[in-house]
Design a protein around this ligand. Structure first.
Ligand SMILES: Nc1ncnc2c1ncn2[C@@H]1O[C@H](COP(=O)(O)OP(=O)(O)OP(=O)(O)O)[C@@H](O)[C@H]1O
Length: 249
């Protein structure tokens, strides 16, 4: 996908980020960078630290130490950056059951200072792109799991963020929607959006990611480009790390 531009800072940069949860290290000394147009797959066994990492990137959790930069700016000094530059889909899409699909998108837009004709255009674009047009007046409380997931994605995408942070985005999607999601992520990347997605599905990573990072016990054990000829090797790399057969990369 897009080659890094040496003149502009990376969209996302983590420097030696540490985070404890319930007194135990959940993320240890994590350094990572992501350029515009890259799609990074974040892998790891249950409890490896993926969701904790994504929540810190999205600004929902603070690191204990280390720095997170967004487009070159220290996140902790510019917390408002998250709202403008990041679209986040957490593990379970946070929805209000009593609001309609359309009202969710309007609320997300207004939170980001978007209104009027702009908001209408942006809302209609994501309703169309996420195949939500026919159910736009339905309450979130009666949506199926896959529809909820698509609404969560639509909320994350509405304001056209520079960085999309997706925790298990294919969860609950049917095979047709999984393929549509792959196409959407490729299209966003081609237009310069940086994407980081956590998943347990190695097939999702080989289908859309051009880089893969593997966390194990909170530490980054692998971070490399994923050219098509290495797709078959990913399974071995993952299992070597997950079963402690590999040394730290
Ligand atoms: N809310 C929480 N309170 C306390 N500890 C937590 C909390 N959330 C996660 N942890 C702990 O932090 C560590 C990392 O968890 P995290 O959810 O980031 O892993 P994960 O890789 O996303 O796992 P999974 O694949 O199961 O979603 C685990 O040891 C987990 O038990």
């Amino acid at each position: 996908m897009n080659a890094p531009n040496p003149a502009s800072p990376p969209v996302l940069q983590l420097e030696q980020v540490v985070r404890h949860r319930a007194g135990r290290p959940a993320v240890r000394d994590l350094s990572l960078r992501l350029e515009a147009g890259q799609v990074l797959g974040l892998l790891g066994v249950n409890g490896a630290g993926k969701s904790t990492t994504l929540a810190m990137i999205a600004g929902a959790l603070l690191p204990d130490s280390g720095v997170i930069r967004l487009q070159g700016q220290d996140f902790s000094e510019h917390p408002e950056l998250a709202r403008q530059a990041i679209g986040w889909l957490p593990e379970a899409a946070p929805l209000w059951p009593e609001l309609t699909v359309r009202e969710h998108l309007d609320a997300h837009g207004r939170l980001r200072g978007i209104s009027g004709a702009n908001l209408n255009a942006m809302r209609d674009a994501v309703l169309e792109r996420l195949d939500l047009k026919d159910i736009s007046r339905r309450l979130a409380g009666v949506l199926s799991q896959g529809q909820r997931q698509r609404l969560g994605l639509a909320c994350a995408l509405l304001h056209r963020p520079a960085l999309l942070v997706l925790d298990e985005p294919a969860n609950a999607l049917d095979p047709v929607q999984v393929v549509a999601l792959r196409g959407l992520l490729r299209e966003l990347a081609a237009n310069g959006t940086a994407v980081i997605l956590s998943t347990h599905q190695l097939t999702e990573v080989t289908a859309v990611c051009d880089r893969v990072a593997i966390l194990h016990e909170g530490s980054l054990r692998h971070d490399a480009a994923l050219p098509a000829e290495q797709h078959a090797a990913l399974e071995k790399t993952f299992f070597d790390i997950a079963t402690h057969r590999a040394q730290a990369a």
